[in-house]
Design a protein around this ligand. Structure first.
Ligand code: ZN
Length: 132
């Protein structure tokens, strides 16, 4: 069972949504700048609805573009949003320890406790970007 209280989950969800909208705006702005307004439009429409298929397709198309870093963060946030529905959310995926609420608010996509994340980054340095 999760250590997270409903109000903790609310705080984390709010933090996640704020971050997600900022990222979407960032990506949309970059796309408009480069003239890809059709994508920018989809992102603008999708910012309120996390389960938008069009957004997923668009993100797929864009992953080859230079917005890799932002897109990856968006994907992680969407995955975190889905994980929030499960009782496993907030537990370290390596050691099973509860991840502190403050860490989850700061980084809703965190899947590991601080110790395991540090170890993971040391082991896989360069293969995956670290905590946001
Ligand atoms: Zn751990």
């Amino acid at each position: 069972m999760s250590h997270l209280q409903p109000e903790d989950l609310n705080n984390i969800r709010n933090a996640l949504q704020t971050r997600r909208e900022a990222l979407l705006k960032q990506v949309a702005a970059a796309l408009e700048e480069s003239g890809q307004t059709q994508y920018a439009e989809v992102l603008g429409r999708a910012s309120g609805d996390s389960s938008d298929e069009a957004l997923a397709v668009t993100l797929g198309d864009l992953s080859a573009a230079r917005l890799d870093h932002e897109i990856r963060q968006l994907r992680e946030l969407d995955a975190a949003l889905r994980r929030m529905e499960s009782p496993d959310y907030g537990l370290c995926q390596d050691c099973g320890a509860p991840i502190p609420v403050a860490r989850l608010v700061a980084n809703p996509a965190a899947v590991r406790c601080v110790a395991c994340q540090a170890l993971h980054e040391k082991t896989y340095a360069g293969q995956e970007h670290g905590s946001i």
